[in-house]
Design a protein around this ligand. Structure first.
Ligand SMILES: O=C(O)C(=O)C[C@]1(C(=O)O)C=C[C@@H](O)C=C1
Length: 370
């Protein structure tokens, strides 16, 4: 129907749009009032401490959880929380432009995780390797860092655990973020789609799509490269190649999807950790990560875990890594529910400490909300 033809429908559309205009004005005023409030919060923090910490993960988790509880629809809880995530990101940027290092290059899932956790107003800084993310944070070049730690189909990211073993004690885990990972087969406009003989991706992504590749491209050579984004970049200049990567890389390098969501496990997800240099107070729903080096004798794992079980602490992950130090053979990475300030967590940690050669609390942090 033409725009100039008056009708019942277009009148209704006009009045609805007038209502939306009025609502937008109210939302605008409220967001501005909220932003001014955040500026006042910044001044209070500065008055208390000239080296104030502006980013407060426990408070952000609380704000988002409350929004999800209050939400009555029609937008989903996740959608609403995502909007508030961005509002808070803008408010925090008014207090202090927060710098966040992530495992790059641009277009990686880690960049997507950093955006999901800190929102678009943080300054996101790409690095070339996981240990570089750690170095940036330790040196104070960025306030926080984001690193992948485990994938639901491929298991742990060993570089990250090794970096924790080598990290200074001032480095703390400040948060976690879980990302649903969707892999796509991507090509450029130059690619001859019927002659794809090479498929680039990160080794974990190739592994995550193994069955799909066996079925659809059994003869293409699979080439592991340093990241999915690097795979996407390579495809730009080769007519017979494709890449497996996610949405961020497709967008960043202007690639087309030949096939979408080709991961073998439909619930494929990756967990990322936020690292910083401060302890996070309790948020009401927290996790704690520790690393323990054990002496090389029988029954050590049982001795280490028994106090947690006895105090009724819910363990969410256990990994072992060979130690680099000759004095003991294994170190264990353990995640459990609860905050290190909780009485029963303290008691279990004290007892576990007594039987470990070395035990380091890597941090207590809010369970991922989004
Ligand atoms: O409550 C605070 O400490 C704030 O700084 C405000 C606020 C917010 O916008 O709600 C902003 C940044 C913090 O990370 C947490 C919350």
């Amino acid at each position: 129907m033409s725009d100039h033809m008056p009708s019942q429908d277009s009148e209704t559309l006009d009045t609805l749009r007038q209502r939306i205009d009025r609502l937008d004005q109210d939302i605008l005023n409220l967001i501005s009032e909220r932003a001014r409030c955040a500026q006042d919060v910044a001044n209070v923090k500065l008055a208390e401490n000239p080296d104030a910490i502006f980013y407060r993960p426990e408070r952000e988790a609380g704000v988002l959880r409350r929004i999800m509880e209050l939400n009555q629809g029609p937008l989903s809880n996740e959608e609403m929380a995502r909007l508030f995530r961005e509002i808070m990101s803008s408010c925090l940027a008014l207090e202090q432009p927060v710098r966040v290092a992530y495992l790059g290059p641009e277009g990686t899932f880690t960049e997507q995780a950093a955006l999901k956790h800190f929102g678009g107003s943080a300054v996101h800084v790409s690095t070339n390797a996981i240990d570089e993310v750690f170095r940036e944070v330790e040196a104070g070049a960025t306030h926080y860092g984001v690193v992948p730690v485990e994938n639901s189909t491929e298991g742990i990211v060993s570089h990250t655990l090794d970096s924790f073993m080598a990290a200074s004690p001032s480095l703390k885990i400040n948060g976690e973020v879980v990302l649903r990972i969707h892999q796509h087969l991507l090509v450029s406009e130059r690619t001859r789609r019927d002659q794809i003989s090479r498929i680039y991706s990160h080794s974990q992504s190739l592994a995550q799509c193994r069955k799909w590749l066996d079925a659809h491209y059994p003869h293409a050579e699979r080439i592991a490269v340093s990241s999915n984004a690097e795979a996407a970049r390579l495809v730009k200049s080769e007519w017979h190649s494709a890449a497996i990567a996610g949405d961020m890389a497709a967008k960043r390098y202007g690639l087309e999807r030949v096939a979408e969501k080709i991961e073998d496990q439909p619930d494929n997800s990756t967990r990322f950790l936020i690292i910083g240099t401060h302890d996070v107070p309790p948020s009401g729903d927290d996790k704690t990560s520790i690393v323990a080096a054990m002496r090389n004798k029988p029954g050590v794992l049982h001795d280490l875990l028994e106090p947690f079980q006895r105090h009724g602490i819910d363990m969410t992950r256990l990994e072992s890594r060979p130690s680099r130090n000759g004095a003991w053979s294994y170190v264990f990475f353990i995640d459990f529910k609860g905050h290190q300030n909780d009485e029963k967590v303290r008691a279990a940690l004290d007892e576990a400490q007594a039987c470990a050669a070395e035990l380091k609390v890597l941090g207590s942090y809010p369970v991922g909300v989004l």
